[in-house]
Design a protein around this ligand. Structure first.
Ligand code: NAG
Ligand code: NAG
Length: 205
């Protein structure tokens, strides 16, 4: 009786253990916001994917003790969707559990953390889709665990947001332009064809 009972229980416990190990990460709400992050785009500015650059700068909030960043090994800067570009899009959904979070999908840079202010110039990648964005930096310790963060927007993600227009958005309008252009050429071809025909008729008469 004891054995019959304990084996399923053991499996159940094992399942729980594996489940928590694989499924849960650091919660953003538990991370201190120690880094001040600023970026070159102005509120509402529109940038083009594959063309424009963003300069992002970061440094420790100086009101904190100088030893705050002792455990910081690397800084990882990400491009993140603003709430307005997340509504009705499950694939961009915010989750406090950073392993499941889909807010920040585009890596800007990963580099060793320096105790002085740092900056990086990022050329917006061609695969970044049209949306409203902000930037966030995670501080990683020596085991690659997120231990702190900073971002260009406020806690509600409502200030200092900028827009990126993706390549596909632009090529769609290019296609429309190309379509108009070819329609125009067909019409003008027809026009000249008719004129030529009339001329030919006149010269025959
Ligand atoms: C810096 O940290 C202090 C104390 O935690 C906080 O009150 C202040 O808002 C922070 N400054 C910025 C720009 O985040
Ligand atoms: C680092 O950046 C902060 C915030 O932008 C600024 O207040 C501070 O003066 C900078 N420090 C240095 C050494 O540039």
């Amino acid at each position: 009786m004891g054995d019959l009972f304990s084996i399923p229980v053991l499996f159940f416990l094992l399942f729980l253990l594996v489940g928590t190990a694989a499924g849960e990460g650091v919660l953003l709400s538990t991370l201190p916001r120690t880094l001040i992050v600023t970026a070159s785009p102005k509120q509402g500015q529109v940038l083009k994917a594959g063309e424009d650059h963003i300069t992002v700068s970061w440094g420790l909030n100086k009101t904190l003790s100088a030893s705050t960043d002792d455990a910081y090994k690397n800084v990882k800067v990400m491009l993140c969707y603003a709430p307005v570009s997340q509504t009705d899009r499950g694939w961009r959904k915010t989750n406090d559990d950073l392993k499941k979070d889909k807010t920040c999908q585009f890596e800007v840079t990963v580099q060793p953390y320096a105790k002085s202010n740092s900056s990086f110039e990022y050329k917006i990648k061609r695969d970044v889709p049209s949306a409203t964005y902000f930037l966030r930096a995670y501080l990683l310790d020596s085991s690659d665990t997120k231990v702190a963060y900073g971002q260009t927007t406020d806690a509600h993600k409502s200030t200092n947001l900028f827009e990126i227009v993706g390549i596909s958005g632009r090529s769609a309008s290019l296609d429309v332009a190309a379509g108009c252009f070819s329609a125009f050429s067909v019409v003008s071809l027809l026009f000249f064809f008719v004129i030529e025909k009339r001329k030919a008729k006149k010269s025959l008469n």
